[in-house]
Every structure is written in structure tokens, then in C-alpha cells.
Design a protein around this ligand. Structure first.
Ligand SMILES: O=P(O)(O)OC[C@H]1O[C@@H](O)[C@H](O)[C@@H](O)[C@@H]1O
Length: 221
């Protein structure tokens, strides 16, 4: 039986992928890293730690990963505070319905906890989440399943009792590798993401109803 819904944050709760891209683009330009929108789309859903480690190796960057992360956090926080005023349409209604129907609700994001807290506070939605996890808490980020397995453990449910809502290819892969059901949310602002491995794909949060979740029960994992 499906008992828990795990939300991704960036691109699912808030439309922040364009903000992350703008913040990162400033830093890429400063460091002379030739990344465009299309090559960046592979990093969507990946933890910042892993992205910078990868770029450091590829472009032989002199800065430490910690320095790069700090720089990125500052850029991101500044842009998020200016740019994020409300959640994605339909998210609050969905959280409310799930809560009223006794689903366990969690958030599992590749963003750093500092940023997650800022977003939850800005949107005043902490109250909906029983558990909030950042990729900082696990050894391997999405597309590896660690963050979702860890979240299910904290919620005290089995992976097969969880539904993950994800907007990125890396996130969908992670959810399926964790043995969970996955709803892909096609967010046009999250660049061109291949969500074909999700159990079903929606284009609007309002499509996610209790009936749809019940239907997922019957889909083979
Ligand atoms: O797991 P989530 O909530 O989609 O977070 C992913 C994002 O985390 C951010 O911190 C990164 O800067 C983004 O590039 C990345 O896509």
C-alpha cells in the first residue's frame, strides 16, 4: 500500500531551476567553464558537491570544492530570495489533500539544507513535511537511490510504499533505483528532461489526485 509521498524540491515545489542555472552560469563564466544550457541539463537533480567535483576534475579548477560550493550558495541564496515568491501552482492544495488523508510527506532534495530551509521558510510550508532530507546527508546523490532510501527509513516506511514526485531525469532514475513509484512532473523550466522511466508523467500538479495515486498501486514497479 502506498503510504508516503516524497517531493523533490527544485522544479517540483518551486520553479527554481532557471535561478540555479543563472547563478551557476555566472560562476561558470567567471571560471571559464564552457557550459551551455544543453550540457547543463545533465547536472539537473545532481548534488552541487558532485557537480563541482566533476567540473574541477574536467577543467582542472584550482579552487577547492568547498570554496566553489560556498560561492554557489551565496549566488543561489541571493537570486532565490529575489525570485521565489510562491510555490508551483497546485503544490499547496496537493500537500493539504495528502495531509488530510494521512499520507506521510517528505522532501528529498539535492540542494544544500541551508537553501532548503530558506525555501521552506519563505513559502511557509515546513508544517507539511514530516521529514526533510538534503543530499548532504547521503554518500551518493541522485541518480543513485541513497537519498530516497534514507528518507523512507526516516519515515519508517518501505521503499515500495513510497511515491516520489520528480522533475529531472536524474531524480526519476534515483526513485526507480530505490524501488519506488515515481510521478514525473514535466516542468518546461527544468530544461529538456527525459522522464520516460517514471511510472506516469503529469504536466500540472493539479493532475496529481488521490485517485491517481491509488491507480499507481496497480502499476508494476
Ligand atoms: O533535488 P532537487 O530539489 O531537484 O535539487 C536539484 C538542484 O539542486 C541545486 O542545489 C542545484 O544547484 C541544481 O543544479 C540542482 O538541479
Amino acid at each position: 500500500m502506498l503510504r508516503a509521498i516524497i517531493f523533490d524540491m527544485d522544479g517540483v515545489i518551486i520553479d527554481s531551476e532557471p535561478i540555479h542555472y543563472s547563478a551557476n552560469k555566472r560562476i561558470f563564466e567567471e571560471l571559464g567553464i564552457p557550459i551551455n544550457r544543453s550540457s547543463y541539463s545533465n547536472y539537473i537533480g545532481v548534488s552541487n558537491q558532485e557537480m563541482w567535483q566533476d567540473l574541477k576534475n574536467e577543467y582542472n579548477l584550482q579552487q577547492s570544492v568547498e570554496e566553489l560550493l560556498e560561492k554557489q550558495n551565496l549566488e543561489n541564496l541571493e537570486l532565490l530570495k529575489e525570485g521565489v515568491k510562491e510555490p508551483i501552482e497546485g503544490v499547496i492544495e496537493l500537500l493539504q489533500t495528502l495531509k488530510e488523508n494521512n499520507y506521510k510527506i517528505a522532501l528529498a532534495s539535492s540542494s544544500p539544507m541551508r537553501l532548503i530551509k530558506e525555501v521552506l521558510c519563505m513559502l511557509d510550508i515546513e508544517k507539511y513535511f514530516e521529514v526533510v532530507v538534503s543530499s548532504e546527508y547521503v554518500a551518493r546523490g541522485k541518480p543513485k537511490p541513497d537519498i530516497f532510501i534514507y528518507t523512507a527509513g526516516l519515515l519508517k516506511v518501505k521503499p515500495e510504499e513510497c511515491v516520489v514526485i520528480e522533475d529531472s531525469k536524474n531524480g526519476v532514475k534515483a526513485a526507480k533505483a530505490a524501488g519506488m513509484k515515481c510521478i514525473g512532473f514535466k516542468n518546461p523550466n527544468s530544461l529538456n528532461q527525459d522522464l520516460s522511466k517514471a511510472d506516469l508523467v503529469v504536466e500540472n500538479m493539479k493532475e496529481i489526485t488521490l485517485e491517481l495515486i491509488e491507480k499507481l498501486e496497480k502499476v508494476e514497479a
